[in-house]
Design a protein around this ligand. Structure first.
Ligand SMILES: Cc1cc2nc3c(=O)[nH]c(=O)nc-3n(C[C@H](O)[C@H](O)[C@H](O)COP(=O)(O)OP(=O)(O)OC[C@H]3O[C@@H](n4cnc5c(N)ncnc54)[C@H](O)[C@@H]3O)c2cc1C
Length: 239
């Protein structure tokens, strides 16, 4: 699509993010790369611009926009720096979107306003030491005990999972076996700071150095099974 075909709203957003990336990100981001540090102040400014809430409804603190708007913002940020772009992309698509689409109403009301404001970050933990592309190879397990999921396993390369403002990680775990013998894999929301959930090594990467990527370890980590999960997105099991 040519630039002149953008709607006024989309073009205004694109110009605002282009200007932000040029004037606020470009001059300082190199220093964060040198230090392998997370650019909290830049992320906070992106939050105040509404970028983390772009595709979410206003009732949850979002901007009521669409995914195309998010793509425009990501493109302009990534022209200058892919670390802040992936922080936004993972925060929205991996952190907040699963809660919006498949979470319970209580989870949406608890987490989305802060995630949309960029005051908190969510993460999604699928990849493991022995399973990335092949999600079916997941070895992390979760068993139900006294109304709680008890999670054990390790996740690798999880973006936004160890920052000072990380509020939660949604993890995939084997919760049973299907009739055809294949594993049943569920997604479970684990609030940051839950006992038994530890942020392991922070990766030293060859790029995206100002983004946050960590190993996560779950040892007998217990989270309550929401009583209302059945009312969440149809055909999913998200707890
Ligand atoms: C900076 C960074 C951030 C990340 N953030 C997250 C995150 O937030 N959450 C998360 O869950 N994961 C995250 N990941 C992990 C990423 O999603 C995985 O690295 C990816 O899924 C690949 O998995 P893998 O590394 O185990 O490689 P593998 O799955 O072992 O693949 C290795 C190679 O084999 C190829 N391959 C694999 N299977 C097939 C096949 N069936 N046919 C043909 N070729 C195949 C792949 O294309 C690849 O080239 C991140 C990774 C990085 C580097």
């Amino acid at each position: 699509m040519n630039r002149h075909e953008l709607s006024t709203e989309h073009e205004d957003l694109r110009v605002a993010v282009e200007e932000f990336a040029r004037s606020e990100v470009a001059p300082v981001i190199g220093d964060f790369y040198e230090r392998d540090a997370f650019p909290y102040e830049i992320i906070a400014k992106m939050g105040r611009m509404g970028l983390f809430g772009l595709p979410f409804p206003e009732e949850y603190g979002g901007m009521g926009g669409d995914y195309f708007a998010l793509c425009l913002a990501l493109e302009e940020l990534a022209r200058v720096d892919s670390s802040v772009a992936i922080t936004l992309e993972a925060g929205v698509s991996l952190g907040a979107m699963p809660i919006f689409r498949f979470g319970t109403e209580e989870q949406r009301k608890t987490y989305l306003p802060k995630l949309c404001a960029g005051e908190a970050l969510g993460a999604f933990g699928l990849t493991e030491p022995d399973g990335g592309s092949d999600a079916g190879a997941t070895k992390t397990t979760a068993r139900l005990e006294d109304g709680e999921w008890v999670i054990n396993g390790t996740k690798s390369f999880i973006t936004n999972s160890g920052t000072d403002i990380t509020a939660l990680v949604t993890v995939t775990a084997v919760t049973g076996r299907r009739d055809n013998g294949k594993p049943e894999i569920s997604t479970i929301l684990v609030p940051a700071g839950t006992p038994g959930f530890a942020v392991g090594q922070k990766y030293s990467k060859v790029g995206w150095n100002a983004s946050d990527t960590n190993e996560l370890v779950f040892e007998e980590c217990r989270v309550p099974r929401p009583t209302s999960w059945a009312s969440a997105g149809a055909g999913t099991r998200s707890s």
